[in-house]
Every structure is written in C-alpha cells, then in structure tokens.
Design a protein around this ligand. Structure first.
Ligand SMILES: C[S@@+](CC[C@H](N)C(=O)[O-])C[C@H]1O[C@@H](n2cnc3c(N)ncnc32)[C@H](O)[C@@H]1O
Length: 383
C-alpha cells in the first residue's frame, strides 16, 4: 500500500458518499433478497399452480416454453413490476454515487498514477495493443450498465483510468447489494486457489495467467499467494489494465498486464502452469468461449492446471423463477451473454478442443464466504 494516501490507487469517497453507498447497499439487498423472496412465494402460491393447471403438466426447470409462459405470467404481477423498477433505480443510484466520488477524486487518482508511473524501476509491466480488434460484446455493451462500458477511452486523455475507477467503485456496492459479504481481504482468487489445492494438492506454479483480469484485483491476489511466480493478467479493456498496472505498482505487486483477447493469445504454447479466471466466461460469446477454451489448452504446460470460476445461472441449477429474473437482467442490466453462458456445454467444448475427458472437471462448489455456489471448470494437462 502507498504510504502517502494521496498516492493510493483506490477511491476516496467522502463520509457523505460512504453513507449514500451504505444506503444503496441496503436498498439493493431489500430488492435482491426480500423482494425476490416475496416474488418466489407469490409464484409458488398463486402463479405456478394456476399455470400448471392451464398447461395440464407440472412446470419443468429445463423447459424453455415453461420459462416463457412463467415469464409472461410474472410480468403481469405488480410485485414483479415493482422489482423491475427498483432494480433499475438501484443500479442508477450505484453508478451515480460512484461518479460523485470520481468527480472530486479523479484528479488525485490521475496525479497518483502519474507519480507511480514515473518510477524508473517498475515491478511489472503494461503492454497495450492499439490494433486489437475489440470484441463488440465488451466494447459496445455497457456491462452492468457501467457508464461508457469497460472499454471507455476518452480522446486526448493519455493514461485513461476512468473505466477502471468506475469498475472499482461499482464493486464497492454491487456484491454487497446482492448480500454477498466476504471478510475484508478475501477475494475470489483465494477461493479459486483453495479449491484447486483441494482437488490437486499444493500448487507451486512458476508462471500464472489470469484471463479477463479486469482491474487486476484477483491477479494481485495470485501474485501475493505465489510471490515466486511470474504473473500475467490479460484483458481486452485498456482502461481496466491501466488501473490494474498503476495500482499494482503502487502496492508493490509485480504483474505483467497485457491487452489481448482470451480467444487469441500472444503467448507461447505450453508456457503457463496455472491458467485461471474469475467471472470471465459469462461475458463471452459462444464463439469466443469456444476459441478461448482451445487457447487455454494450447498455453497450458504439461502438468499444468486450468481452473475457472463463474456464475451459476445454468437452467439445470436455477429454478424457473430465477431464470426469469436473470432473463430480465440480461435484457435490462447489461448482461446480454448470460444465457449463452448458461447454455454452454463446457465438457463438450473442452473435448472438442482436445482435452482428454479424464483430465477435465466441471461442477458447483459451495462459497466459503457468503451464500450460494460457484460454477467451476477446468482441467489438469497430462505430463
Ligand atoms: C466481470 S469482469 C471480471 C474481472 C476480474 N476477473 C475480476 O474477477 O474482478 C470480466 C472481465 O473479462 C473481460 N473479458 C471479457 N471477454 C474477454 C476476452 N475475450 N478477452 C479478454 N478479456 C475479456 C472483461 O473486459 C472484464 O474485465
């Protein structure tokens, strides 16, 4: 951590903004937890029995026509309309409070990054590729309705950190608003490593790749857990990588950030012994996911482990009510690729890319912090 807090690459909300953030977290929890519970009760008591009687068969979580029919009935329900409006408003309030902080904190953050980047001895590196064909599913979509999206790059700004700053600010509210509280300092990367070690024993990677690393918060955790490893983080969004680079340099964490797509990586064959990702796959298109699964196998060294964790929105896992709620998020909360992810057949994709079947794994793992599960997939490459 930077000793001088003015040099810290993290948001400095005022007391007023912190109290507004706390209000928005409570507001979102009310909507995400209480209101959704009431919707489930209403479906179970009223809507589902009537629909099953009209259809003449029980509702089946894997039947898309049933999902459509339930969605139709739920859409007419006052409670669902209220949930839709409040979900939208909660997300608006979240981005508004983030930008309130950035309105006064961005000049300090820009100055802090400039100061850190002036250092002659860099620990890691940042390699941007101005010629990269940005995938439209990320570049043209405001994921989670983040203003300007992840790939925002303002004309005339040399080292544009804004998208990284916004993603970081949203992160202060979004997960907590879903009722996901983790102890301070605990990240998805801790979970990933502990699950991978449960499965494969103690890991000693020499070279780690974090795919779709965003602002690099989990990448930094990998580097802290394995201080002797060389750690690379890749993403398509330059502003997220700039933020990650400045932050990791300021905190003394050596990471090599590179702008590239997971679907076509510039790394040598078999050059990483741990290839990881946290909540990346659900933002890909089916084609990008297919190509990336093949690329992971190409860059994974013999004996290496590929381990990925993501959201659990598969129809075989979620009931119809959650599928309808997700469908709304896909249409109205900047998550257009969730359903492609939900329907992805990871074992088939891995097999098609040449992974032997007995090396692969997929499944659900209980979160050790907060409620619910993660969906995990990956493989260990034979020596
Ligand atoms: C939800 S964010 C997660 C970021 C980070 N892994 C974390 O856990 O905080 C997903 C990230 O994947 C990146 N991404 C999506 N598709 C990608 C692709 N084809 N190549 C590289 N990065 C990609 C996005 O830009 C975004 O930063």
């Amino acid at each position: 951590m930077a000793n001088d807090t003015n040099l810290e690459i993290n948001l400095h909300p005022t007391q007023d903004e912190l109290s507004r953030q706390a209000f928005i977290v409570k507001f979102k929890q009310k909507v995400n937890l209480d209101l959704q519970r009431d919707i489930r009760t209403c479906v179970a008591k009223n809507i589902a029995p009537q629909l099953e009687s009209d259809l003449g068969e029980p509702l089946d979580d894997l039947n898309r026509d049933h999902r459509k029919a339930l969605k139709q009935r739920m859409s007419d329900e006052h409670l669902f309309k209220t949930w839709e409006s409040l979900t939208w408003i909660g997300q608006d309030m979240m981005w508004n409070v983030v930008d309130e902080t950035l309105d006064h904190d961005m000049p300090r953050l820009d100055a802090a990054a400039a100061e850190v980047l002036k250092r002659e001895q860099k620990l890691g590196s940042l390699t941007l590729d101005p010629n990269l064909d940005l995938p439209p599913n990320i570049a043209k979509v405001e994921i989670h309705r983040q203003p300007g999206g992840f790939c925002l790059d303002r004309d005339g700004v040399d080292y544009d950190l804004l998208s990284g700053a916004r993603m970081t600010g949203g992160g202060m509210v979004y997960g907590a608003g879903k009722g996901r509280t983790a102890k301070p300092g605990y990240s998805a990367a801790h979970f990933l490593i502990s699950e991978a070690e449960k499965q494969f024993g103690k890991l000693k990677p020499k070279r780690i790749l974090d795919m779709g690393c965003g602002t690099g918060s989990n990448t930094a955790t990998f580097a802290r857990i394995f201080p002797d490893a060389e750690v690379c983080g890749i993403d398509v969004a330059a502003g997220l990588l700039r933020w990650g680079h400045a932050r990791c340099e300021s905190e003394g964490v050596p990471i090599h950030f590179k702008q590239m797509s997971t679907a076509k990586m510039d790394f040598e064959d078999e050059s990483f012994d741990l290839v990881a990702s946290t909540i990346w796959g659900h933002e890909t298109t089916p084609q990008i996911l297919r190509d990336s699964i093949a690329e992971i196998w190409r860059v994974l060294a013999p004996g290496g482990i590929s381990f990925h964790m993501d959201v659990t929105n598969q129809p075989g896992y979620q009931d119809l009510v959650d599928q309808v709620l997700n469908d709304w998020q896909i249409r109205h909360n900047g998550e257009p690729f969730w359903m492609g992810w939900a329907d992805a057949d990871l074992p088939a994709l891995m097999t098609a890319a040449g992974y032997p079947e007995d090396c692969q794994f997929t499944g659900y793992r209980k979160r050790t912090q907060g409620a619910g599960d993660w969906f995990v997939h990956g493989a260990k490459k034979p020596v």
